[in-house]
Structures are given as structure tokens and as C-alpha cells.
Design a protein. Structure first.
Length: 169
């Protein structure tokens, strides 16, 4: 299903929507099209023709509570670590807690990393010091409003870049 970027009235990225939901918002005049699909695709009905939107903007401002907190999800963690194992650099498939939860480790951005299955199995419930391992990169909480989009099937449409880069900080 094709996704459409939804912006707040202030052009702040909010989330992604299905094409169907985006068209409904535009037709009900709750949103306006900011950018059309680059391929020139069109939607046709018996009475109207509409260019497929790529980016839409709400006409009224919507306040976002807890805007500074970015939820820890598998998709966001993998994206933060670039799908690379924090221990060996190979392709990551799993999530590992640096300080295992069985030893009091928390499920936080600073304690979770992407890991390949082999390293995750070798590490098990041990501490890094016990194995003599080091992390390639120190894990941190991602920053920027665009991180909220990761959990909403963000597909990286290049047409979205100008709207996401303005809010990435």
C-alpha cells in the first residue's frame, strides 16, 4: 500500500498514512496537497480526477503531546543502528540488552542495541566485561521529530526529504 506523509499545519511531520486515508482527508478539506507523486499517477472517479498526493498538510494545527519522547520500537532501534550488529558489524536481526534484563538492565534506548543472532547467542546473559567485548558505537536516544515516522511504515520516499530534514535536529 502506498504511503503519504502527513504534515501538521506548521509543516512538522506527524506520521504516514495510507493513500486511501490521505485522499479522504483531502476530499473532506481537512488537508491540502503539498506535493504530488512524482510519477504523475492519477486517481479517477466518475466525476473527478485527482493527482496522487505524496505529501499532505493539515489545514488546522494539531497539538502533539509528549513530542520529545521517542518510543523504543524494534523498527526504530534497527534504523538507529543502521541494521548493523553493535558487536561485530554484521547484518543485525535481533535486539540485545547490553546489561541483560535478568541482571537488572532496563529496556531503554541506552541499554538496547541491534545484534546479529550469533553475537546475541554468544553473549546470552553475560556482561560485556565478562566477555571482553566492546561496543562499536555508544547507544543513545535518537533525536529529531522524524523518528516518530519510523514506526508508521516510513518507506523513505525521496520526495519527503525536504519536509523531514527541516525538523531533524
Amino acid at each position: 500500500m502506498r504511503q503519504v506523509l502527513l504534515l501538521n499545519a506548521t509543516y512538522e511531520p506527524l506520521t504516514t498514512l495510507s493513500l486511501h486515508r490521505a485522499v479522504v482527508l483531502v476530499l473532506r478539506e481537512k488537508a491540502e496537497v503539498v506535493h504530488h507523486d512524482g510519477r504523475g499517477a492519477m486517481l479517477r472517479s466518475a466525476t473527478m480526477t485527482l493527482l496522487v498526493p505524496s505529501v499532505i498538510r493539515l489545514r488546522r494545527y494539531v497539538r502533539i503531546p509528549y513530542r520529545s519522547r521517542i518510543p523504543l520500537t524494534r523498527a526504530a532501534l534497527m534504523r538507529r543502528d543502521n541494521y548493523r550488529c553493535a558487536y561485530c558489524g554484521q547484518r543485525a536481526e535481533t535486539i540485545d540488552h547490553i546489561v541483560p534484563r535478568s541482571r537488572g538492565g532496563q529496556h531503554t534506548w541506552e541499554n538496547c542495541v541491534a545484534s546479529c543472532a550469533a553475537c546475541n547467542h554468544k553473549k546470552a546473559d553475560k556482561l560485556l566485561e565478562e566477555l571482553g567485548w566492546t561496543l562499536r558505537v555508544t547507544p543513545a536516544v535518537p533525536r529529531g521529530a522524524h523518528w516518530r515516522l519510523i514506526g508508521a511504515q516510513f518507506d523513505g520516499d525521496p520526495q519527503w526529504a525536504p519536509y523531514l530534514n527541516e525538523w531533524a535536529a
